[in-house]
Design a binder for this molecule. Structure first.
Ligand code: ADP
Ligand code: MG
Ligand code: MG
Length: 326
């Protein structure tokens, strides 16, 4: 039987997907935990290089090269499934979440591991990429062979790859018999377990101050993903351009500074957090509904907090910053 007073928690930190990933495993002996955690580390490194859009030698880079040249290319089962799921999520989001706009991501310089510098791209270059209208529905996925009817499609999976990877990492832990663990990739969190004795509490950062807006006690199987427009950006002439791009305009999102999504699927929560940032102050409730997301917290550029009832029911506010209902 599971004991509250079990062995001490096992903790390990990896650097992968451009962020620190913390793994914490409870209730297992050290060897079991260490073996499982090492397997997760290998898996995440492998996924990161397979799914990296811009690094030559990777599987996704080969797909983008093939699309640019009007060819098709063979991919493995995992990448084929990720792209299928990306297409479904993009359609459900009404195109606000669009991993086919890698051309725009690259043009703005948000593809590099370091933040971009210098002037933003010119309006003509942006307009040309928007006019080319790359969409996930342009992809042709026949079995494991992939191509695109639109050569302007460039896949950049940065909007949902972390969620997909943490879901696979959680499955890997389960396959190792781990029943109680948390995976935290820079504030994007998956919790697994069927018999957690103490809940995992996760804080949501306040983008305007060195503090937190509140915290949520996650239940087993839950995930919490935050899309922060305050982490990676291009500063130029006192203007700040964040790394989430509105596919309709080709320009970075401004209205929404932070989106947190509480859900049961990492891949869906990650895609939704990106989609809701794009959908903006008035558009987000419809996009959340069409994506099947119920618990959302949004923070606007003027510091306004908006949250769904399902989120308010779970959020333990810090201080007096209680969001108003929508
Ligand atoms: P965070 O990096 O804060 O977790 P996201 O999960 O929203 O934020 O991912 C942002 C990344 O998604 C960008 O760096 C880019 O690679 C990609 N991206 C940008 N705009 C979009 C969009 N409209 N749809 C899908 N992916 C996007
Ligand atoms: Mg993310
Ligand atoms: Mg995302």
């Amino acid at each position: 039987a599971h004991q509250v007073e079990g062995p001490p928690a096992y903790r390990e930190t990896l650097y992968v997907f451009g962020t620190l990933v913390e793994i914490e495993i409870r209730g297992e002996d050290r060897d079991t935990a260490r073996t499982a955690s090492a397997a997760v580390g290998r898996l995440l490194q492998e996924l990161h290089s397979d799914w990296h859009a811009w690094r030559p030698g990777g599987a996704l880079h080969a797909v983008n090269t093939a699309i640019a040249q009007g060819r098709t290319v063979q991919v493995d089962e995992r990448l084929a499934e990720l792209l299928q799921e990306g297409r479904r999520l993009s359609c459900a989001s009404g195109g606000h979440f669009n991993p086919a706009i890698g051309g725009l991501v690259g043009l703005w310089g948000f593809h590099a591991d370091t933040p971009p510098q210098g002037a933003p791209p010119g309006p003509d270059a942006i307009a040309a990429l928007v006019a080319a209208d790359p969409r996930m529905t342009d992809l042709r996925l026949e079995g494991h062979r992939i191509g695109s009817v639109n050569p302007a499609v460039r896949l950049d999976l940065g909007g949902y790859a972390k969620g997909a990877a943490l879901d696979l990492a959680a499955a890997e832990l389960r396959a190792h018999g781990i029943a109680d663990a948390v995976l935290n990739a820079g504030g994007d969190v998956n919790v697994l377990g069927t018999h957690s004795q103490r809940p995992w509490r996760v804080a949501i950062r306040d983008p305007f101050a060195w503090g937190v807006v509140g915290a949520i006690a996650l239940r087993p199987g839950e995930v919490l993903y935050t899309s922060g427009n305050y982490e990676r950006y291009l500063d130029h002439d006192s203007e700040r351009f964040a790394h989430i791009i509105d596919p309709r305009t080709g320009y970075p999102v401004r209205e929404i500074v932070s989106v947190s999504v509480l859900d049961s699927s990492g891949i869906r929560a990650d895609a939704a957090a990106t989609a809701l940032s794009v959908a903006g102050r008035t558009g987000w409730p419809d996009v959340a509904a069409s994506m099947g997301i119920t618990a959302v917290l949004m923070i606007t550029d003027t510091g306004r907090l908006m949250a769904t009832p399902a989120m308010l029911a779970r959020l333990e506010p810090a201080g007096d910053s209680l969001p108003g209902p929508v």
